[in-house]
Ligand binder design. Structure first.
Ligand SMILES: Cc1ncc(COP(=O)(O)O)c(C=O)c1O
Length: 295
């Protein structure tokens, strides 16, 4: 395995960062998780834009262009001969001293790990997930805005720990006001009648790339998405519920806090969107290999 690290590709065994890296010491940095399907990187420009936006929001200047960063991702797949896989792209504040101050970190650390993804079991898509609501609330936007995809995921990890203890596969997270905002690593949608509902991102959710793709796909088939706040009552009484994320893609939820959602089975609208999303990933994306380019 070859890993991009600060301008070169190095074998996995040599891909290390300093113990003084502020990404490690303080979670000071940003990241992306990006998928390739059949030799094409899904929504690459959107992911790179989000990475740069996250970095800009925390005043971290990335010393390369967006185009160069796109090429880092494509090259990471290419060097490892991966057509269907996942990259983890990380930019940290860099190596400093033990103080919090980012001034002591002159150069950001940039690395990109390409791997074949451990897919969710197919049973999740056929039978749907059971979720619970975590007592841990999502970070308040005026403390650490969840729109920044930062290396500081402790908030989400605490929620996952609760979910695992309860035997749930994902957890719903609420904002400080008690509105549903997202899950620990996925965005959430409800189906109500013939429309979709998902929380707006300004209330404390990551602006998911899969979320955006699903909103577009729904629009293409004449289904409107309302971006509005809702509560657990709306989840419990929805016709259908599904989650979206780079790893999960579109996955049905059939139970929340031990209440069946709809008839307790994955719904028809969710099924349609799963199919449409799979088709989109098969047919679009930034080509990694020249044979895909000319296909
Ligand atoms: C907290 C959180 N919400 C939502 C998502 C889904 O976003 P995307 O579709 O861009 O993967 C993620 C994925 O990383 C996430 O970490």
């Amino acid at each position: 395995m070859l890993i991009y690290l600060n301008g070169e590709f190095v074998p996995k065994e040599r891909a290390s960062v300093s113990v003084f890296d502020h990404g490690l010491l303080y979670g000071d940095g940003v990241f992306e998780g990006i998928r390739a399907y059949s030799g094409r990187v899904f929504r690459l420009a959107e992911h790179i834009r989000r990475l740069f936006d996250s970095a800009h929001a925390i005043r971290l200047a990335i010393p390369m262009s967006l185009d160069e960063m796109e090429e880092v991702v494509r090259a990471s797949f290419r060097k490892n001969d991966i057509r269907d896989g996942y990259v983890r792209l990380v930019v940290t504040r860099g190596t400093g001293d033990l103080g919090l101050s980012p001034d002591k970190c002159p150069t950001p650390t940039i690395f990109c790990i390409a791997d074949t993804i451990a897919l969710y079991p197919s049973q999740y898509y056929d039978e749907g997930l059971s979720v619970i609501t975590a007592a841990t609330r999502r970070n308040a936007p005026d403390a650490l805005n969840p729109r920044v995809k930062s290396l500081n995921y402790l908030n989400n990890i605490l929620a996952i720990i609760e979910g695992q203890a309860a035997g749930a596969q994902e957890v719903i997270m609420l904002n400080q006001e008690g509105y549903v905002v997202e899950c620990s690593g996925d965005n959430i949608f409800l189906v109500r009648g013939d429309a979709l509902v998902t929380p707006p991102t300004h209330v404390g959710a990551l602006a998911g790339i899969t979320r955006d793709a699903v909103i577009d796909l729904a629009r293409d088939i004449g289904v409107k998405t309302d971006e509005r706040m809702f509560t657990l009552y709306d989840v419990y009484t929805a016709d259908e519920c599904f989650l979206t994320g780079t790893a999960a893609e579109v996955v049905p939820v059939v139970s929340a806090d031990s209440r069946p959602i709809g008839d307790g089975k994955p719904g028809a609208m969710t099924g349609k969107l799963i199919e449409a999303f799979r088709e989109l990933t098969r047919t679009t994306g930034s080509p990694v290999y020249t044979d895909v380019l000319h296909a």
